[in-house]
Design a protein around this ligand. Structure first.
Ligand SMILES: C[C@](O)(CO)[C@H](O)COP(=O)(O)OP(=O)(O)OC[C@H]1O[C@@H](n2ccc(N)nc2=O)[C@H](O)[C@@H]1O
Ligand SMILES: Nc1ncnc2c1ncn2[C@@H]1O[C@H](COP(=O)(O)OP(=O)(O)OP(=O)(O)O)[C@@H](O)[C@H]1O
Length: 284
């Protein structure tokens, strides 16, 4: 049996930090959605009892540091699986970009191996196992659009946003999520209006979504990496309807509803940023 699984990237439409927890994590509240930019995983069972991970990207580890490796290992240990697997990752999502690439690979591995090894685990059970690997993995198991709470592992589904283009631009830097959270000062946090974002989704108001995009981590990353602020400015200048940094950055995304504007924003950014993508949100 050979299985192909898609692992889509996510963006954060809103990300709020409610407080610091005693376990080193932050209590957060975020609205996330999956986009049509995806890695592809090929899973092939091995006779030998070992996990092999390969990818064409030099930035992706091919050992136990790989989150897809960790997903396979966790399932093997929990369910005493004595079969191996070769996981080949065709990487399309930029690495360390704030787009949950590694988390989505882990989620895709969990879903694929659930089938290959006949585990019959539900989406909620897979999401629960995924939360042991990383805070974004639970959302990636569910996919779609959702509110994520706790440290990111409590998922409540939300309606798909109205159809629009998402233009992504990633500067030539990678950002450490842990480093950005470490530099959060709770006194200075600018809280987005999560309730208003949820209302906008429920009412399918594109304008409401644009008005309530917000990310409490943005200020921290922008201060540390001025090139991210520059991309934000450019995207606004070229005419995106609304612009925000995703996750801990450094990827910036802009929402655009009309095709005519899409080309202006996309081509404008291509001029000074090597990684630019124009995609749809998933669900359309
Ligand atoms: C920034 C986001 O990507 C937004 O979706 C997530 O909040 C981070 O998710 P992630 O990369 O899966 O995060 P993890 O791998 O669980 O954690 C990486 C590090 O980020 C910090 N971290 C993460 C999540 C959270 N709620 N509070 C934190 O303080 C912790 O220092 C942790 O050691
Ligand atoms: N399958 C994987 N794909 C990409 N990076 C991986 C993978 N497994 C482990 N990593 C490691 O994880 C680090 C973060 O990469 P990733 O692309 O997941 O970041 P991110 O998009 O910022 O994540 P998030 O948005 O969840 O914080 C990389 O520097 C890499 O060393």
């Amino acid at each position: 049996m050979r299985l192909l699984v898609k692992a889509p990237a996510k963006i954060n439409l809103s990300l709020d930090i409610l407080g610091k927890r005693s376990d080193g994590y932050h209590e957060i509240e975020m609205v996330m959605t999956t986009i049509d930019l995806a890695d592809r995983l090929e899973l092939v069972p091995l006779e030998e009892d070992r996990i092999e991970v390969t990818s064409q990207s030099r930035y992706v580890p091919d050992d136990q540091r790989n989150l897809a490796y960790q997903a396979a290992n966790l399932l093997k240990t929990k369910f005493q699986i004595q079969q191996g697997v070769k996981i080949s990752i065709d990487k399309a999502i930029p690495v360390a970009a704030g787009l949950a690439g590694g988390s989505s690979d882990a989620a895709a591995a969990l879903k694929g191996l659930n089938q290959i090894w006949g585990l019959h685990l539900s989406t909620n059970e897979l999401a629960q196992i995924g939360s042991e690997i990383g805070s974004d993995v639970s959302f990636c198991v569910h996919g779609g659009t959702a509110l994520a709470q706790g440290r990111g592992e409590k998922i409540s589904p939300l309606p798909t946003p109205p159809n629009c283009w998402v233009i992504l631009a990633k500067p030539e830097i990678g950002v450490s999520t842990a480093e950005i959270y470490k530099n959060v000062n709770m006194k200075n946090v600018v809280h987005p209006n999560t309730k208003a974002m949820i209302k906008a989704l429920k009412e399918q108001s594109y304008e409401g979504i644009c008005n309530h995009l917000g990310n409490a981590l943005e200020e921290v990353t922008l201060k540390m990496y001025p090139e991210v602020a520059l991309i934000k400015e450019q995207m606004e200048k070229f005419g995106a309807d609304a612009v925000l940094m995703s996750g801990s950055g450094p990827t910036v995304f802009g929402l655009v509803q009309h095709d005519s504007r899409l080309h202006r924003v996309y081509n404008g950014l291509r001029g000074f940023c090597s990684q630019v993508f124009a995609v749809r949100m998933l669900g359309h």
